[in-house]
Structure formats: C-alpha cells, structure tokens
Design a protein around this ligand. Structure first.
Ligand SMILES: Cc1cc2nc3c(=O)[nH]c(=O)nc-3n(C[C@H](O)[C@H](O)[C@H](O)COP(=O)(O)O)c2cc1C
Length: 147
C-alpha cells in the first residue's frame, strides 16, 4: 500500500528514528517527507498518510500542523506517530483536529517516550533517556504492519 509519512522532528531526532525504522521495514511502499524541507505537494496519489512529530508544549509541531492544513487531501486514511517526554497517549489532539478538519480518518496511533532536554530538564541530564529504544522502534514497526 503506497504510504507517505510526513514528519517533524527538531529536538533530538527522536521521531525521525520511528519513521526511519518503519521506512526500513517496508522500503518499497513507504516514502518519508520532512515538512521543514518540503514544498507544496499533491498527496492524493497515496493510499494512506502518516503524520509524525515530537510533542512541543502539548502539541504537534507548528510546521507539521501548517503542512497538514495546506497539503493533506480530503478523505484519506491517516495514522499518527509521536514521541514525547511523558509517555501519555493523549497528546495528539492537535493532529486529530487537523486530520478531522480535512475530513480524513484516523486509522491508528503509536507513541513512545523520546529523550528530552528542554529547559530545566537539561540540568538533570534530560528525561526519557535512551528513548526511543530498539524496543520502541520494533513496536512502531509492529504498529505499522498492523494497520
Ligand atoms: C520546546 C519543547 C517542548 C516540549 N513539550 C513537551 C510536552 O508538552 N509534553 C511532552 O511529553 N514532551 C514535551 N517535550 C519533549 C519532546 O516531545 C520529546 O523530547 C520528543 O521526543 C521530541 O521529539 P523530536 O526529537 O522528534 O523533536 C518538549 C520538548 C521541547 C524541546
């Protein structure tokens, strides 16, 4: 199934590790698109679209949300991937809203912890050290294959 994963990963490249693992597991079908480098694209040729981001102040990155607003075609199956300092599964509301505004469907979500050194956390050496781990990456691939 022809798949493109849009990603935004500017803190430690944690989310990029997730999308790289998925692309490596299914290289014939998965294309990756860094939204900070991509221009406008017609994505209607893809069977499904992934949106992947770190969480910044409780939200998907603004460049990702803007890219979705401008380029997500209506009526697509979309899956959500994110990494965050706190291992919570309710930090995707900004992405869900952007998906729903395009009359697309959320077909699944995967999240895992991601190494974080934002603000005061840097002083204590960061949180979620070592994440995403190999297990986190394996689980991401498992999630993708289950879609
Ligand atoms: C400016 C900033 C704000 C963040 N805010 C949150 C947050 O609200 N909740 C959370 O769980 N993690 C937060 N984090 C941690 C990141 O979501 C986490 O490190 C993530 O894995 C970063 O992904 P990336 O390396 O792909 O950018 C924040 C990190 C930064 C730099």
């Amino acid at each position: 199934m022809k798949t493109i994963i849009l990603y935004y990963s500017n803190h430690h490249g944690n989310t990029k590790k997730l999308v790289d693992a998925i692309a490596a597991a299914d290289p014939e079908n998965v294309e990756l698109l860094d939204v900070t480098k991509a221009g406008p694209r017609n994505l209607s040729e893809y069977d499904r679209i992934g949106v992947a981001s770190g969480i910044y102040a409780g939200s998907f990155g603004k460049p990702m949300l803007n890219y979705m607003k401008d380029n997500l075609p209506p009526g697509k199956n979309v899956f959500i991937l994110y990494s965050s300092a706190m291992n919570m599964d309710n930090q995707s509301s900004s992405a869900r809203k952007a998906i729903e505004e395009k009359n697309c469907w959320v077909i699944g979500q995967y999240h895992c912890p991601g190494y974080n050194t934002f603000g005061p956390f840097k002083i204590v050496g960061g949180t979620a050290k070592g994440h995403p781990t190999q297990k986190d990456l394996d689980e991401a691939v498992k999630f993708y294959k289950s879609l």
